[in-house]
Design a protein around this ligand. Structure first.
Ligand code: NI
Length: 181
């Protein structure tokens, strides 16, 4: 997979981890006056996501309190970048799906998360055009995960308190060990 990671022309940004408050705040809707800043950040967001490597990255994870995210599921190991500006879930299926999730802000931590199996998401692209995506499978989970980030929600919030605290403590311990060398 790493060999297929495209070299994006942006700068790699530091990815925030808990308990950073940016990860827990609500983001502000991207307005016309914000589009220039958002467009300037997109190459860095993609570069950061591809380098990690990951399939999604939301603005708060790199310290930006605006409502946008990038994803790329790399179908057939081919880049397929998607820019999600002001994304919102407009429909969800009644049936649920369980999928293992991870997060670039919680490196090395994975857990099964239950979410609606299919969603419809409305969003704008980098040119301000509005799109609607009907998604299932990995894309449905990824869209919901990234939109959660824009509302200060992490995938561990969908788990029991016991499981959530276990993962967060494990992450903190691993980070302390890393810092200690
Ligand atoms: Ni995430």
């Amino acid at each position: 997979m790493t060999s297929a990671t495209p070299a994006a022309p942006g700068t790699k940004l530091p990815i925030l981890m808990p308990p950073h408050p940016m990860l827990r705040g609500r983001t502000r809707r991207v307005g016309p006056a914000d589009m220039e800043q958002v467009r300037a950040l997109l190459p860095d967001m993609f570069a950061t996501m591809y380098a990690a490597p990951g399939i999604g990255l939301a603005a708060p994870q790199v310290g930006v309190g605006l409502r946008f995210a990038v994803i790329d599921l790399m179908p057939n190991e081919t880049p397929a970048p998607v820019v999600l500006i002001n994304p919102e879930v407009i429909r969800v299926s009644e049936d649920w799906a369980v999928r293992e999730e991870g997060c670039l802000s919680l490196p090395g931590q994975y857990a099964d998360v239950t979410r609606p199996a299919r969603v419809a998401v409305r969003h704008q692209d980098a040119n301000g055009a509005t799109h609607e995506i009907e998604a299932e499978g990995l894309l449905a989970a990824c869209l919901q995960h990234e939109i959660d980030h824009l509302d200060g929600v992490l995938f561990v919030d969908h788990l029991s308190a016991l499981k959530r605290n276990m993962l967060l403590r494990k992450l903190a311990k691993e980070r302390r060990q890393m810092a200690a060398g």
